[in-house]
Design a protein around this ligand. Sequence first.
Ligand code: DAK
Length: 256
Amino acid sequence: MDYQILKIQIADRIALVTISRPAALNALNTDFFKEFNHFLDDLEPRDDVKVLVITGEGKSFVAGADIAEMVHMNSAEGYAFSTFGQRTFDRLEQLRIPVIAAVNGYALGGGCELAMSCDFRIASKLAKFGQPEINLGMIPGYAATQRLSRLTGLGNALYLILTADTITADDALRIGLVQKVTEPELLMEEVMKMASKIARNSSQAAPTSKRIIRSGIATDFKEASEEEAIEFGKQFDDEATKEGMKAFLEKRKPNW
Ligand code: DAK
């Protein structure tokens, strides 16, 4: 596919996707969703990529769904746009490999929802977060009503969605929406360092941890702990796990 919006770089077991539509502050339109799904089609079967990083070009991560496209929609088109977006974000959340959002600037509306569909978020000090949909007379459409409360608690989700307030990266850190804040010029360096740290590990441990954490939150503690025990047991048939433990005992780096 000839990508117009996504810039994709794959190197050293890390895929870096930059959303690049800076004239519209990287607002998400149908073409974005088509390109992103095509990219996921290519990425999913690959076993040489261990981590995905998503960022935005310019002063915005993503300033929301594309209002200029949405304004012309009727209810059937709105429904199609919504389900296409929701399916895409669910697919991203369920991607086997870890996904890091490198939030360089505005993460508003659908942009904040995109960041929340990633496994964790690292933000530049200049980043801004919010769910301003209510100002447009609408509710969030890509699951902010669900993901925001799970990540930050009920009060913070209700506050952000009902007031449409925009918050700073430091406030986002305080409420647990982001995991780390960096100086703007250090954002990509820090994120790529984290990505390489994850990518250097044995191939199963990170994806399995991700899957159990994510599936566990949707089920009860006992059932999820049993799932952990099953997966924990399976690792003892895995050479990479044996190598990890042996390397520790032999005081050397694992040979993965
Ligand atoms: N859509 C389209 N264009 C956008 C945009 C957006 N979300 N955000 C910015 N732009 C465009 C601006 O129109 C402007 O275009 P030109 O006038 O230059 O042609 C250009 O980007 C630069 O923006 P500004 O001139 O406004 O830049 P400033 O630095 O002054 O302000 C800003 C930056 C981020 C504070 C401001 O642009 C802003 O408030 N943008 C809108 C933010 C927003 O309201 N985002 C939420 C969008 S609604 C659903 C599914 C999804 C959703 C809802 C329902 N269903 C399936 C039911 C999601 C909804 C949203 O995300």
